[in-house]
Design a protein around this ligand. Structure first.
Ligand code: ADP
Length: 258
């Protein structure tokens, strides 16, 4: 997915093929007031049907990248395209609609609505878009193995089951890109594997596209590609990353004690 190249003085990764991709960033940077540069100019294309892990030490710019790429924050420079749509010119209402209809989110905390049933939580993005489709929500729930829990309240489910509901909710609109921010950060290893297997299956079986921020080498090993940030720049990438390789890169970046 990436080849090394120079861009504005920073070495960055970039897709080797494809004109648009599900997600495309061109020269995207983000600076905060008082000169804090969270993200150096970055080019990145994630092709449809690919699973990208974004890693790096704390403060390396992972969240900033995810927020800009998902249309939750506006970059200081550059262009973000989701499914070929340039987010830059969009006003807040159009951006909100695009996020709802073309982007899926899975966060560390699943952000389910406790007053709604499991099925209603999955259907929520469809409802908000004015296109309630119970069959579609039930199918998404079945995909994550929870068809039998549709009528339950979310607090009757385990943490791992709740995160699977969050995955179903993220996939129900068939979004262009699913952004996952530490989706397994609050889960035990076995439950984390279930959630990662679901994301992997969504990519392999249904052609979904996933960008996942994680600090966990075992989680990154589920991805097709791992991208490493340090100081707001891409400093390394791995194809078909193995957990031990990811661990070694992270250690070299100072993430782990030796
Ligand atoms: P990560 O997700 O890898 O921990 P972040 O993207 O959260 O890193 O942060 C990257 C850099 O930007 C850090 O130096 C952080 O302190 C800074 N930063 C993030 N958000 C803000 C903000 N709202 N205002 C100022 N600086 C910020």
């Amino acid at each position: 997915m990436f080849r090394r190249q120079r861009h504005g003085g920073d070495t960055v990764g970039r897709a080797a093929v494809g004109e648009h991709g599900a997600l495309r960033l061109d020269g995207v940077s983000r600076s905060y007031r008082r000169g804090v540069r969270a993200l150096a100019p970055l080019d990145l294309t994630v092709e449809r049907g690919r699973f990208l892990a974004v890693m790096g030490p704390s403060g390396s710019g992972k969240s900033t990248l995810l927020q800009c790429a998902a249309g939750l924050d506006r970059p200081s420079t550059g262009t973000v395209r989701i499914g070929g749509v340039d987010l830059g010119p969009l006003g807040e209402a159009a951006l909100t609609r695009l996020r709802r209809e073309r982007v899926g989110f899975v966060f560390q905390a699943h952000n389910l609505v406790p007053s709604l049933s499991v099925l209603e939580n999955v259907a929520l993005p469809l409802l908000l878009g004015g296109g309630h489709d119970e069959g579609r929500a039930r199918r998404a729930l079945a995909e994550v193995g929870l068809a039998g829990r549709a009528e339950d309240r979310t607090d009757e489910l385990s943490g791992g089951q709740q995160q699977r509901v969050a995955v179903a909710r993220a996939l129900v609109t068939s979004p262009e890109v699913v952004f996952a921010d530490e989706p397994t950060g609050a889960l035990d290893p076995a439950t984390a594997r279930d959630v990662l297997a679901l994301l992997r299956h969504a990519v392999d079986a249904d052609g979904h596209t996933v960008l996942m921020v994680t600090h966990d080498p075992a989680a990154a090993a589920w991805a097709d590609e791992a991208l490493f940030l340090a100081g707001g720049s891409v400093v390394h990438h791995l194809h078909d990353p193995r957990a031990d390789q990811v661990h070694d890169v992270m250690r070299s970046l100072g993430r782990f004690a030796a």
